[in-house]
Write a protein that binds this ligand. Structure first.
Ligand code: A5P
Length: 236
């Protein structure tokens, strides 16, 4: 099976956990997109009803609308029952690096407002230590770009502004600095430092937020809940 098939299998499993009447956070990225498609298919088939989606990006909002998924906002529904989103790197404690797609701010807001955060990935995203496979995206206001880049370098990161001379802009109009820290030994400590900087609007460390991890790989689909070890994982 190809990586896309693994992503699809994990995402479809997650979409199957959505029940009628739920407010559903719709994550950004290629894996979460499979879940959005599956939710739309379940709605069309009548297997699901009365859900409303909170999209994590304007791209996802557009795709969901085209597929016929009713959308809402956090103003209308400040409590999200279940969010399905992807990740760029997942450590054994279910902590994540996210933001490869640039939607990290809204993704973190939606995840924080969610009772259940289901992360769907293919097996290549699993990692013994955050930072060993993926640079950490840090979203900064354009006004503070140079200052924050210097600060991030002082913390040991190799910093690259996403998009280079034609900077990538997020939905919030901010820029992203991709920060290669190598292996991040103390993610909570780093997150606390980044949280304290006024020019940083969001960073891709999603710590203690995921409640469920669904992994697709050549062994099939595994569903791990927070608190259960990987060896206790159940395929459902
Ligand atoms: C979006 O900003 C990211 O956090 C995505 O969730 C992440 O990049 C995973 O994307 P893929 O599912 O496309 O790998």
């Amino acid at each position: 099976m190809s990586v896309d098939n693994w992503k699809r299998a994990a995402a479809h499993h997650a979409a199957g956990l959505v029940k009628p009447g739920m407010v559903v956070g719709l994550g950004h990225g290629s894996t979460a997109a499979f879940a959005v498609e599956r939710l739309a298919a379940r709605l069309r088939q009548g297997a699901l009803s009365d859900i409303v989606g909170v999209p994590c990006s304007t791209d996802v909002a557009r795709a969901a609308r085209l597929l016929g998924i009713p959308l809402t906002t956090l103003d209308e529904h400040p409590i999200v029952q279940i969010t399905i989103d992807g990740a760029d790197e997942v450590d054994p404690d279910m902590n994540l690096i996210k933001g490869g797609g640039g939607a990290l701010l809204r993704e973190k807001v939606v995840a924080t407002a969610s009772e259940r955060v289901i992360i769907v990935v293919d097996g290549s995203k699993l990692s013994p230590h955050l930072g060993s496979r993926f640079a950490l995206p840090v979203e900064v206001v354009p006004f503070a770009c140079a200052v924050e880049a210097r600060y991030l370098e002082s913390l040991g990161a190799l910093v690259v502004r996403r998009g280079g001379e034609a900077p990538f802009l997020t939905d919030g109009g901010n820029v992203i600095l991709d920060c290669n820290f190598g292996t991040i030994e103390s993610p909570h400590e780093l997150a606390a430092r980044l949280n304290a900087r006024p020019g940083i609007v969001a960073h891709g460390l999603f710590l203690d937020l995921a409640t469920d991890l669904i992994v697709g790989d050549d062994r099939g689909v595994r569903h791990v809940r927070r608190g259960a070890s990987r060896t206790e994982a159940t395929a459902q």
